[in-house]
Design a protein around this ligand. Structure first.
Ligand code: HEC
Length: 168
């Protein structure tokens, strides 16, 4: 299932929830009105992301990169679980870190991106390179937790950007 299909599924579920709640409110005692009101003001599935208009070839290139980002995270976690710290570090640097910028065509993409999106992208590349260093040290330090904390700083940038922007 694609991310988009998943999101649509969630949205549909949320709307069904609203509908049945609304029906219950009009049919039942007034004490339920309060719950309904709370639901309405939270708008959990409202899409407030900024649409970034990319030329079609750049957009499909970017989405392909994104899918590789997710694959890279999966491979990093798998390597960490096997104590393959050097491998985790290499995947992070080559596929997500500063080294990956050229390969991702960041140069071409940059002019189309809002400033905040560019900054979040840069923050992700920096965080991945930082993780690569920490992961490289993990066996000497004898503790994987600092690397895991730095990996969470990488995924925090995925989350921040996805929360703010869309391309379709
Ligand atoms: C600088 C912004 C930014 C960063 C950082 C970022 N993404 Fe994305 N990503 C996007 C945008 C924008 C989309 C398209 C969302 C949309 O249009 O609905 C996207 C889409 C995706 C998709 C869906 C691809 C597809 O084929 O539809 C995946 C998977 C993904 N990102 C994974 C990641 C992972 C994992 C990370 C972190 C390691 C990450 N992204 C970091 C901006 C970003």
């Amino acid at each position: 299932m694609t991310v988009k299909a998943f999101a649509i599924g969630l949205a549909a579920t949320a709307m069904l929830g609203f509908t049945s709640l609304g029906a219950a409110d009009s049919a039942e005692a007034p004490h339920r009105m309060h719950d309904h009101h709370q639901h309405e003001t939270q708008h959990p599935m409202e899409d407030t992301r900024t649409l970034v208009d990319l030329p079609e070839d750049l957009r499909s290139h970017m989405l392909a990169n994104m899918r590789d980002h997710l694959l890279a995270l999966q491979q990093i976690q798998d390597a960490l679980a096997r104590d393959e710290f050097e491998q985790a570090a290499q995947i992070a640097e080559q596929r997500l870190g500063m080294t990956s910028l050229e390969r991702h065509g960041a140069h071409e993409m940059a002019p189309f991106m809002p400033e905040q999106m560019r900054m979040t992208g840069t923050a992700m590349h920096r965080a991945a390179s930082q993780f690569a260093l920490t992961a490289g040290d993990a066996s000497a330090v004898g503790d994987v937790r600092p690397a895991l904390a730095d990996l969470a700083r990488v995924t925090a940038q995925c989350v921040a950007c996805h929360e703010a922007f869309r391309v379709q």
